[in-house]
Write a protein that binds this ligand. Structure first.
Ligand code: PLP
Length: 413
C-alpha cells in the first residue's frame, strides 16, 4: 500500500465524477455539443448543466464561465487575454502558469513577506499613486485627465493567487482587490484559485475578483479540464482562435466528459467541504506537529493559521529535497519537493526564495499534501518514513563529506 501524500499535484478522482464521465463517454452523451441533432443536443445539455454548477459555486452567472483545458490554460487566458492591454503585476509566488505568462507579457512581480503573503505596501508602490478624483482641479504637475503619481504605465491586470500550491498560504485577496480598485480602478483582478477549491468556499474566497481560474484535477475531477470565470463584465481578447465555442472566448470542441466530471466533483466538494476541512485539517496538524517534533531542525513554512487544511510544508536542513522524496518513495510514501520542475533540474523554489527562506533550508523543502482519501495510516506511514529518511541522508552526508564542484549551472540558479 502506498501512502499518497501528493494531493496538491493531483487528487484521486471522485466516484461521482467518474460516473458522470462514463455516462458521457457512451451513447447518447458522446456527441459534439456544437452540432444540430439530438446526440449533439444531449452533449450540449451536459455542458450547460455543468456550467450552471460552476457558476453557482463561484458566485457567477452561467454566461461568465469559460471552460478550458485545465488550470494552466485558464491562467494563460486571463493574462494573455486581458483587455484593455497594459502593464501586469503578479505576486512573486504565483504558479508558473501565471508567472511565465506575466513574464512573457513584460509584466512585473510584487514581493511577499516572510510568511508568504503578498507585501501590500509593495503592491501599493507598484500601482503608483491613486488617480485624481474626477472633480478635483488639475494640479500644475498633473495635466487634466492624467493620473498623478509615479506609475509608469497604468496597470491593466493584477494577479494574486487565492492559495499557494507549495506552502498552502492563503493570500489576503480582499485587501489586494481593495488596493487595486483604489489605485488602478481600470485594472482587472485575476486570482488563481486552483489550490483553493477543496478548502475554501470559492465564491466567498474570490469575491470581488474579475477573473478566477480553477482546475478539475485538484478537487476530484479529471486532468486536462478547468475553467476561467469572467465576472464584472470583464472583457477578454480571444487567444485561442477557431470555431467560436464558449461564446468565442475559447475555441475548440468541448471536452464534454471532462466538463461533466469537473462539475460532478465540484458539486461533491461543495457539499463535503466543511467535514473535509475538519477531518483533513486534524490529520495535517498531527502530521506537521509529529514531524516538527521528530525531525531535528525542521521548520514549518508560513504560519499554520494562514494555510489551507491540506498542505504540510517543511524545510529540513542538511538534506536535499530530491534525495528525500526518492527515499520516501522507496518507503512507500508519495511526497513532493513542492514545485515540480519539468526539466528535472534541481532548483530552489521561487516561492521559498521570494519568502526569504535561506538556501540551505530551501534545498530541503518537503511538501506533504493531503486530500479526501487520506487516512490516519497514511499519516502514520509518513511519521515513520520521514525521520528515518532524513536520518539516513544526514548520516551518509556526514560519512562522505559532500564535495560540491562550483558548477556554473548551479551557481547561476
Ligand atoms: N495553478 C496552481 C496554483 C496549480 O497548483 C496548478 C497545478 O499544479 C496550476 C495552476 C496548473 O493547473 P493544471 O495542472 O490544471 O494545468
Amino acid at each position: 500500500m502506498v501512502a499518497y501524500l501528493d494531493h496538491a499535484a493531483t487528487t484521486p478522482i471522485r466516484p461521482e465524477a467518474r460516473r458522470a464521465m462514463l455516462a458521457l463517454m457512451s451513447e447518447p452523451g458522446f456527441g459534439n455539443p456544437s452540432g444540430a441533432h439530438s446526440v449533439a443536443r444531449a452533449a450540449r445539455r451536459a455542458v450547460e448543466d455543468a456550467r450552471e454548477v460552476v457558476a453557482a459555486a463561484l458566485g457567477a452567472e452561467p454566461s461568465q464561465v469559460v471552460f478550458t483545458g485545465g488550470g494552466t490554460e485558464s491562467d494563460n487566458l486571463a493574462v494573455a487575454g486581458r483587455s484593455p492591454r497594459g502593464h501586469i503585476l503578479c505576486s512573486a509566488v504565483e504558479h508558473d502558469a501565471v508567472l511565465e505568462s506575466v513574464r512573457a507579457a513584460g509584466g512585473t512581480t510584487v514581493g511577499v513577506n516572510p510568511e508568504g503573503q503578498v507585501d501590500l505596501d509593495d503592491l501599493k508602490r507598484a500601482l503608483g499613486a491613486e488617480p485624481a478624483p474626477a472633480a478635483a482641479p488639475p494640479t500644475p504637475a498633473a495635466p487634466p485627465g492624467s493620473a498623478r503619481g509615479s506609475a509608469p504605465t497604468p496597470a491593466s491586470l493584477v494577479s494574486v493567487m487565492t492559495a499557494n500550491n507549495e506552502t498552502g498560504v492563503v493570500q489576503p485577496l480582499d485587501r489586494v482587490i481593495g488596493i487595486t480598485r483604489r489605485k488602478a480602478p481600470a485594472a482587472l483582478v485575476h486570482t488563481d484559485a486552483v489550490q483553493a477549491v477543496n478548502w475554501l468556499d470559492p465564491a466567498a474566497a474570490t469575491a470581488g475578483a474579475d477573473l478566477v481560474s480553477i482546475s478539475a484535477h485538484k478537487f476530484g475531477g479529471p486532468q486536462g479540464v478547468g475553467a476561467l470565470v469572467v465576472r464584472n463584465a470583464a472583457d477578454l481578447d480571444v487567444t485561442v482562435h477557431g470555431g467560436g465555442q464558449e461564446a468565442g472566448r475559447r475555441s475548440g470542441t468541448h471536452n464534454v466528459a471532462g466538463i461533466a466530471g469537473l462539475a460532478a466533483a465540484l458539486a461533491v466538494v461543495q457539499e463535503d467541504r466543511e467535514a473535509l476541512v475538519k477531518r483533513v485539517g486534524d490529520l495535517r496538524d498531527r502530521l506537521a506537529d509529529g514531524l516538527l517534533a521528530s525531525v531535528p531542525g525542521a521548520v514549518e513554512t508560513g504560519r499554520r493559521e494562514d494555510k489551507v487544511a491540506g498542505i504540510c510544508h517543511l524545510c529540513i536542513p542538511g538534506v536535499e529535497s530530491e534525495a528525500l522524496v526518492f527515499l520516501l518513495d522507496q518507503a512507500g510514501v508519495c511526497a513532493s519537493a513542492g514545485s515540480a520542475c519539468a526539466s528535472g533540474a534541481t532548483q530552489v523554489s521561487h516561492v521559498l526564495r521570494a519568502m526569504g527562506v535561506p538556501e540551505e533550508l530551501a534545498r530541503g523543502a518537503l511538501r506533504l499534501s493531503l486530500g479526501w482519501t487520506t487516512t490516519e495510516e497514511d499519516v502514520d506511514a509518513a511519521l515513520e518514513a520521514v525521520p528515518a529518511a532524513v536520518a539516513r541522508l544526514r548520516s551518509s552526508a556526514a560519512a562522505v563529506p559532500a564535495v560540491r564542484a562550483p558548477s556554473p549551472a548551479r551557481s547561476a540558479r
